[in-house]
Design a protein around this ligand. Structure first.
Ligand SMILES: NC(=O)c1ccc[n+]([C@@H]2O[C@H](COP(=O)([O-])OP(=O)(O)OC[C@H]3O[C@@H](n4cnc5c(N)ncnc54)[C@H](OP(=O)(O)O)[C@@H]3O)[C@@H](O)[C@H]2O)c1
Length: 288
């Protein structure tokens, strides 16, 4: 079994490559090695590597910047996945593609099931929606679209690493308290992806996140508490809860984007881990 991971320089790509089971050959390509927005590169790469499964972790993920770089976001998040789907279809490879809770508008009050109506509020969310649709149009029978939410990892460039930096630099930090979601360790998503790989007959749209819900403020307080406890931080910081309207961000984000992961649990026989437990586990990795 050979798995090709695109976007291998990002946090999920790196997590996947570090967690590959021993019986699987993992090939990771970062953007400099494979730009998924370039059809010629995608074709040459899949012809060369001949993977059984392509896991697409490549994405334009700068949510606010996407508002002013719509074409760039669509190239990576819509045209890119379509390029992969076309070549995967023609070469018999399966495609596992990552998507996001930001495809939803956040007006729900109970967790979103995979079939819930999409209505993205941002250019990033719209580009991810389009990517999902293009994959569905080309390769519905041999692809999995896996949506997750609020990803963090031991690698930098995520909410946890940003909070740890701000806690060290500042005396107080303001964090939005009226957006609710499920913080998710990238390792949980990697586990789900490998479980999908082991079940080649599954296709369709699925959700996977850690269990429970939090606001960004709750999440920041938990990071602060665990970091103090683990000695990652040597001083307390004042964390202030603010409203979204008081935080200047270019992109609108859903007020509520908890994902209903029950169909994935059933299909894969996996149980979600409480988000706080995984936050602790991830920070323990940072300490080691
Ligand atoms: N982060 C989250 O909170 C979150 C939540 C839900 C879902 N997701 C989804 O999960 C997936 C993985 O996200 P992540 O957090 O690992 O993102 P990430 O850390 O930003 O990684 C994405 C990687 O893709 C690369 N990339 C961008 N455009 C590319 C292209 N055209 N061809 C090849 N590579 C390209 C980026 O390279 P450069 O850095 O050089 O641009 C980056 O290394 C994405 O599909 C994302 O939409 C993320």
């Amino acid at each position: 079994m050979k798995i090709l991971v695109t976007g291998a320089g990002g946090q999920l790509g790196r997590t996947l490559l570090a967690a590959g089971p021993p019986d699987v050959t993992m090939v990771g390509l970062d953007r400099s090695q494979l730009d998924i927005a370039e059809p010629g590169q995608v074709l040459a790469c899949l012809q060369r590597e001949r993977p059984d499964v392509v896991v697409n972790c490549a994405a334009y993920s700068a949510v606010d910047l996407a508002e002013s770089e719509v074409a760039k976001a669509r190239k990576a998040n819509a045209a890119g996945p379509e390029n992969l789907a076309i070549v995967a279809r023609d070469s018999g490879a399966r495609l596992i593609h990552l998507s996001t809770d930001y495809v939803f508008d956040g007006r729900a009050t109970v967790p979103y099931p995979p079939g819930a109506l999409q209505n993205p509020l941002s250019a990033y969310g719209a580009s991810k929606c389009e990517g999902e649709q293009r994959i569905h149009d080309v390769l519905a029978g041999n692809s999995v679209v896996l949506r997750s939410s609020w990803l963090y990892s031991e690698y930098s460039g995520n909410f946890v690493s940003t909070m740890l930096r701000l806690f060290r630099e500042r005396e107080d930090v303001s964090v939005v308290n009226d957006q609710t979601g499920s913080p998710t360790w990238a390792r949980s998503v990697a586990d789900a992806i490998f479980a999908f790989v082991a079940k080649p007959d599954i296709a369709g749209t699925y959700h996977w996140s850690d269990a429970g819900q939090a606001s960004w403020y709750d999440f920041a307080c938990a990071i602060h508490e665990e970091a103090l406890d683990l000695g990652l931080l040597d001083k307390k910081v004042d964390i202030r809860a603010i409203a979204t309207r008081d935080y200047q961000a270019a992109a609108k984000r859903p007020a509520y984007s908890v994902l209903d992961c029950s169909s994935t649990s059933e299909a894969l026989g996996l149980k979600q881990t409480p988000w706080r437990q995984n936050l602790r586990a991830m920070l323990e990795v940072v300490v080691r």
